[in-house]
Design a protein around this ligand. Structure first.
Ligand SMILES: Cc1ncc(COP(=O)(O)O)c(C=O)c1O
Length: 479
């Protein structure tokens, strides 16, 4: 299972095209281009045929693993298979080929799609106004927090702190710091939820907001949400909802109904476009009316039947994207929401929760389950029981690759030792869930009977076990 570099297939004079003889006078580039911009020597490009190119890239793609290959239970990342129709919609030429500089009157159809998407996102979250500008979840968090800053600035209040539970996503404290706040971390209780006493202790007149990932990174819904919101609002603070895990509550619970003031979505997790590929994302921010003036500018508005960008927003927190956000991701999300419909969105949640709980139930006797509280769309196991001098959670994750399955997120959340955060996602069927469960059990048996097999995994992948410290410190990236 190796593949040469495309350069190595090169043979002088070989071509991937066949063109007729030139029947017009050949141009001398020197007549048109400024001196110094013309190459003296030809670039050393591979000289290959079409079949060389197709086979090379097909071979590389076969070595890869993705949501089209099998289960991808990377907790917190919602790496789910999404219907391909969403990809088709994002590629419709009339949508894909427009330019943000086109006049509004020529792109009314696209603006209508974005406007409707905003309405869906407001409705699903129970909020009033939405900006589609932020380009990722963390970007949305930053925008949400800057909105909160602006709000207090306008109120003439100087609040410097943001409370973040230790079960929050790692981007939450990072975004709060980037937005200029001091982060106050509070501990989770034995149920894996916000500890109300610690929260009460942390709250004072300096607190601008509480940032809550809900369900949190243990996959647990914060059952004390009503008390939590009361404590923060009573102290004059605002409530920020990290809505990246909305596939756990769609159609069942709305942050707006829980009295939250700001929320960000991860369209690239919940509504098509798998997360984790490092590609474009979209982290829309939705707010209650009182925070709407501070949303990024411009804001998409509608007057009569006309859609337009409203730039006249004196209190805005600013602009956070060169144009209007990652349109391709929004188109996929729009198609996803429209094809699912209200009932379909509820079904997504039901399947996400059912799949996670099925897996948790089947694996909890083999691997330690540190928090027994009910799970929603994901759950966290620990490899502590399996941990010996030689075997770690990282080894278990690598061994899974040998069985042609992707590994869960490991060593996160930080509050669980040897954590394995499993998010099977709503799109997996019983067959693939059972296959993963069985593989996890086989690996646990291997650790008892043949530990070196697990310790030295992976054995069947293109790249074998790496010395991770050396790979990070001394990467050899050259051919
Ligand atoms: C709960 C939660 N919040 C925030 C983020 C950050 O999103 P992004 O990676 O798009 O910045 C993620 C990403 O997976 C997440 O799971």
């Amino acid at each position: 299972m190796t593949e040469a570099l495309i350069k190595e297939y090169s043979s002088p004079g070989r071509k991937g095209y066949s063109l007729p003889e030139l029947d017009v006078p050949e141009e001398n580039p020197g007549e048109r281009l400024p001196e110094g911009t013309i190459r003296k020597e030809a670039v050393e490009l591979p000289e290959v045929s079409e079949v060389d190119v197709v086979r090379h890239f097909t071979s590389l793609s076969n070595m890869n693993y993705g949501v089209d290959s099998g289960i991808y239970p990377l907790g917190s990342c919602t790496m789910k298979y999404n219907p391909k129709i969403n990809e088709d919609v994002a590629r419709i030429p009339n949508l894909a080929n427009i330019h943000p500089h086109q006049k509004e009157k020529y792109v009314q159809g696209s603006l209508e799609i974005l406007y409707e998407l905003k309405q869906y996102l407001a409705e699903i979250s129970g909020m009033d106004e939405v900006s589609l500008q932020p380009a990722s979840g963390a970007h949305g968090e930053y925008v949400g927090l800057m909105i909160i800053r602006k709000y207090f600035e306008k109120q003439g209040e100087e609040r410097t702190k943001v409370i973040v539970p230790d079960s929050a996503h790692g981007t939450n404290p990072a975004s709060a710091t980037m937005a200029g706040f001091d982060v106050v971390e509070i501990e989770s209780n034995e149920r894996g939820m916000v500890d109300l006493d610690s929260l009460r202790e942390a709250v004072d007149d300096d607190v601008a907001a509480l940032m809550l990932t809900n369900p949190n990174t243990l996959g647990i819904f914060e059952k004390d949400i009503c008390e939590i919101q009361q404590i923060i609002h009573d102290a004059g603070g605002l409530l920020y909802y990290d809505g990246a895990n909305m596939n756990a509550v769609l159609g069942y619970a709305r942050p707006g109904d829980m009295e939250f003031d700001v929320i960000h979505y991860n369209l690239h997790k919940t509504f098509s476009t798998p997360h984790g590929g490092g590609g474009p994302g979209s982290g829309p921010v939705a707010v209650k009316d009182r925070l709407a003036p501070y949303l990024p500018a411009p804001l998409l508005k509608k007057e009569g039947s006309e859609y337009y960008w409203d730039y006249d927003r004196p209190d805005t927190m600013g602009k956070v994207h060169a144009f209007h956000g990652n349109y391709g991701v929004m188109l996929r999300a729009y198609a996803y929401i429209r094809t699912a419909g209200g009932e379909g969105l509820k079904e997504i949640t039901e399947n996400a929760v059912l799949n996670a709980n099925y897996m948790k139930h089947k694996l909890k006797d083999t691997y330690e389950l540190p928090f027994a509280s009910d799970s929603l769309h994901e759950f966290v196991l620990s490899g502590s029981r399996q941990k010996t001098d030689g075997i770690t959670t990282a080894n278990i994750a690598k061994r899974l690759l040998d069985y042609e399955q992707y590994a869960p997120t490991i060593y996160f959340p930080l509050i669980v030792k040897e954590a394995m955060m499993v998010e099977p996602t709503e799109t997996e069927n019983l067959r693939s869930l059972d296959r993963f469960i069985e593989t996890m059990k086989i690996i646990s048996r291997e650790i008892e009977e043949e530990p070196e097999l697990v310790e030295n995994a992976p054995h069947n992948t293109v790249v074998r076990k790496l010395d991770e410290a050396k790979a990070a410190r001394n990467p050899d990236l050259r051919w």
